[in-house]
Design a protein around this ligand. Structure first.
Ligand code: PMP
Ligand code: GLN
Length: 399
C-alpha cells in the first residue's frame, strides 16, 4: 500500500507494516498544499439537507446524545434503520436485536471482521477493494484472497467462475461491496444471485458493504444481498449515513443481521469505540425517514454531476469507464500516453491543478490496477467543470 517508508514507522507491527498512510490522507494533504481541486477523497463539497443539520443542533441543545448513548445505538435510530430497510427492500429487522449503530461503516467493517474471523481464515474480496478492507482483515489475522473485477464492454465486471475458484476450505467469508468503490460497478441481480448461491453452497458468511445503496444511476438497481434465498441468516449488511445524506464527518454507520451475527459484531465493536456520534444519531434517524423524493432528487443530482465529469474527462483524453453507482469514475490513462497511475496522480496537482486517486492502491495485483485512476464527482458542478477544463488544458500542453 502507499505511504511512508518502513523506516519512518519503526514501531508498527508486521500485520500493519504494509499499509502506511491511507491514500486519501496523502492525496487530500497534497490538494491542500498545492491548492489543487480535490477530486481524490470522496466527500461532498456541500453539506446535506438543512433540516437534518438543524435536527443535529436540536439534539445537541436538548441534551440528547451528549452523554454516552446506548451501546447498540439510540432506539430512535435503530427503529429508523429497520423502517428504512423495510420500506426500501422489504427486509424486516428487529430494531432491538438485529440492528447495531457503529462509528461509520469503517468501524462496522473492522468490527465485523474482528468478530467473525479466526486467525488464518481466508476472506474473498472483490479487487480493487476499499483500503480499509485489507487493513481490517490484517488486524483480524485473516488472509485476503482477491478476485479481480476486469474491464468488459466499458465497465468493470465480476467473473463468477473466478469467484467460485477463489473459495477454498479455508474461506470463512465473502466481503462484497456494491455499488462498488472505486470502479462504480453495481452488481446485477443475476450476479448477486450467483454470489448468494455460492455462499449457501459453501456455507460462507457474507459481509456486504452497501454504503452507496442510494447512489445508483440510469437503469441500475441496488439489490441488497440479504434479500436473496438463504442469505438473511448468513449476511452482515453495512450501511452509512455519510454518503446518503452528505455528512461524511458525522460517522454514523450501521450493521443489520440476525441476532447471532449482530451480537458477534457488537462484541468487537464495544471495545473499539463503545459508542460514537450521540447527537448525530438522532439527526440520522430523521434523515432515514425523509420522503422518497429526497433520495430521488439526490440521485438525480449526483447523476448529473457524473455526466459533467465523465464528459470532461473524455474530452481531456481519458478512457472513461461506465459508472452505474457511487461517487466515483474510474478512468484509464493509457490513451494519454501514461501507464503508471501513481506517478500520474503524484504529478497531476502540479501539471493540472487537480487531485485524483491511483486505483493501484486498491489492488494486491498492482500491475492490474496500474493504468487506472479514480476521480470523485460529489462536488459542485462549477468545480467539476473547472477541473475538466484544467485537465483539458494540461493534456493540450503535453501535446
Ligand atoms: N465503504 C466504502 C466502500 C466507502 O467508500 C467508504 C467511505 N467512503 C466507507 C466504507 C466508509 O464509510 P464511513 O465514512 O461511514 O466510515
Ligand atoms: N471512502 C472515501 C473514498 O473512497 C474516503 C474515506 C476515507 O478517507 N477514509 O474516497
Amino acid at each position: 500500500m502507499a505511504g511512508m517508508t518502513s523506516s519512518a514507522r519503526p514501531y508498527l507491527n508486521r500485520r500493519l507494516a504494509e499499509f502506511g498512510t491511507t491514500i486519501f490522507a496523502e492525496m487530500s494533504a497534497l490538494a491542500a498544499s498545492t491548492g489543487a481541486i480535490n477530486l481524490g477523497q470522496g466527500f461532498p463539497d456541500t453539506d446535506g439537507p438543512e433540516e437534518i443539520r438543524e435536527a443535529a443542533v436540536r439534539a445537541l441543545r436538548d441534551g440528547r446524545g451528549n452523554q454516552y448513548p446506548p451501546g447498540p445505538g439510540v432506539p430512535e435510530l435503530r427503529s429508523a434503520i429497520a423502517a428504512h430497510q423495510l420500506r426500501r427492500y422489504g427486509l424486516s429487522w428487529d430494531p432491538g436485536t438485529e440492528v447495531l449503530v457503529t462509528a461509520g461503516a469503517t468501524e462496522a467493517i473492522a468490527a465485523s471482521l474482528l468478530a467473525l474471523l479466526e486467525r488464518g481464515d481466508e476472506v474473498v474480496a472483490l479487487e480493487p477493494y476499499y483500503d480499509s478492507y485489507a487493513a481490517s482483515i490484517a488486524m483480524a489475522g485473516g488472509r485476503r484472497v482477491p478476485v479481480t473485477l476486469r474491464p468488459h464492454e466499458g465497465a468493470f465486471r465480476l467473473d463468477l467462475d473466478e469467484l467460485r475458484a477463489a473459495v477454498t476450505d479455508r474461506t470463512r467469508l465473502l466481503l462484497i461491496n456494491t455499488p462498488h468503490n472505486p470502479t462504480g460497478t453495481v452488481l446485477t441481480r443475476d450476479e448477486l444471485a450467483a454470489v448468494a448461491e455460492l455462499a449457501v453452497e459453501r456455507d460462507l458468511l457474507v459481509v456486504t458493504d452497501e454504503v452507496y445503496e442510494h447512489l445508483v444511476f440510469d437503469d441500475a438497481e441496488h439489490t441488497p444481498l440479504a434479500t436473496f434465498p438463504g442469505m438473511r441468516e448468513r449476511t452482515v449488511t453495512i450501511g452509512s449515513a455519510g454518503k446518503t445524506y452528505s455528512f461524511t464527518g458525522w460517522k454514523v454507520g450501521w450493521v443489520t443481521g440476525t441476532p447471532e451475527l449482530v451480537t458477534a459484531v457488537r462484541s468487537a465493536k464495544q471495545f473499539l469505540t463503545y459508542v460514537a456520534s450521540g447527537p448525530f444519531q438522532y439527526a440520522v434517524a430523521e434523515a432515514l425517514a425523509l420522503p422518497d423524493a429526497y433520495f430521488e432528487a439526490f440521485r438525480q443530482d449526483m447523476q448529473t454531476k457524473r455526466d459533467i465529469l465523465a464528459a470532461g474527462l473524455a474530452e481531456a483524453g481519458f478512457k472513461v469507464f461506465d459508472t452505474a453507482g457511487t461517487y466515483f469514475i474510474t478512468t484509464d490513462i493509457r490513451p494519454l500516453g501514461e501507464t503508471d497511475g501513481f506517478a500520474f496522480c503524484r504529478s497531476l496537482p502540479e501539471r493540472a491543478g487537480v487531485v485524483a486517486i491511483p486505483n493501484a492502491v486498491f489492488y494486491d495485483h498492482r500491475e492490474a490496477g496500474a493504468p487506472f485512476v479514480r476521480f470523485a464527482f460529489c462536488k459542485r458542478a462549477s468545480v467539476l467543470e473547472e477541473a475538466a477544463s484544467r485537465l483539458k488544458t494540461a493534456a493540450a500542453a503535453r501535446g
